[in-house]
Design a protein around this ligand. Structure first.
Ligand SMILES: [Zn+2]
Length: 215
């Protein structure tokens, strides 16, 4: 009986089961198509191996966006909670909308930073992304931050959150994402990283938590 051929290239021997395709593929296609044309589930053992490999040998990353914005250790220490809340908001969004990629999150964060930059300049302008998914993330996070500020006002916080603090927290997450993503087209290494950081916010299985009508 001839060996089963890879479901992607139909040329090489199929040697591993791909849970993303539900078919057997060859190691080469697994390596090249992983998180590029294949939506890999977080649990795939080959994906998990690739994450470890990528972390051990970090590829050259692009320069950080917004290089003029300084984020020191004391800022991070004082805003740990805010950054954690923001991270969880992004994570829950990504897991509830499983087609979300690192690229979508980074693009939405970039537009949020630009929006908060206009706020601090006094000429408010919402830089909503054109892409549908990215725009949805943008609105979700913006609403979350608006509500957070409102809650603080209602509680009569002694030192309410300033726009500049929100701005820098967003920039920090953008940098974290730039370091963590594998920059593959459908890559979710940053989302995966947030999942490991905040396991309580992540469902145990890689499934949407919410049934979104029309999604
Ligand atoms: Zn193949």
């Amino acid at each position: 009986m001839p060996a089963e051929l890879c479901a992607v290239c139909h040329a090489k021997k199929a040697k591993r089961h791909c849970p993303g395709l539900g078919k057997s593929i060859c190691p080469t296609c697994c390596g090249t198509e992983r998180e590029v044309s294949i939506d890999c589930p977080f649990e795939c053992s080959y994906l998990r191996d690739s994450r470890r490999y990528d972390q051990a040998r970090p590829a050259e990353r692009p320069a950080f966006a917004f290089p003029d914005i300084e984020i020191g250790d004391s800022f991070l220490h004082e805003h740990e909670q805010l950054i954690a809340k923001l991270s969880i908001e992004l994570l829950v969004y990504a897991l509830s909308n499983p087609r979300t990629t690192d690229h979508d999150i980074l693009a939405a964060l970039e537009k949020l930073v630009r929006t908060y930059q206009t706020l601090s300049s006094g000429l408010y302008y919402e830089s909503v992304p054109e892409d549908h998914t990215q725009a949805a993330i943008f609105r979700d996070v913006k609403k979350f931050l608006d509500e957070l500020q409102q809650q603080e006002q209602q509680k009569g916080a002694i030192r309410p959150l300033k726009e500049s603090e929100l701005l820098r927290s967003l920039v920090f997450l953008h940098r974290l994402g730039t370091v963590r993503t594998n920059r593959r087209l459908r890559g979710r290494a940053f989302i995966d990283f947030l999942r490991q950081m905040f396991p309580a916010a992540a469902p145990t299985k890689d499934e949407p938590r919410l049934i979104v009508p029309g999604a």
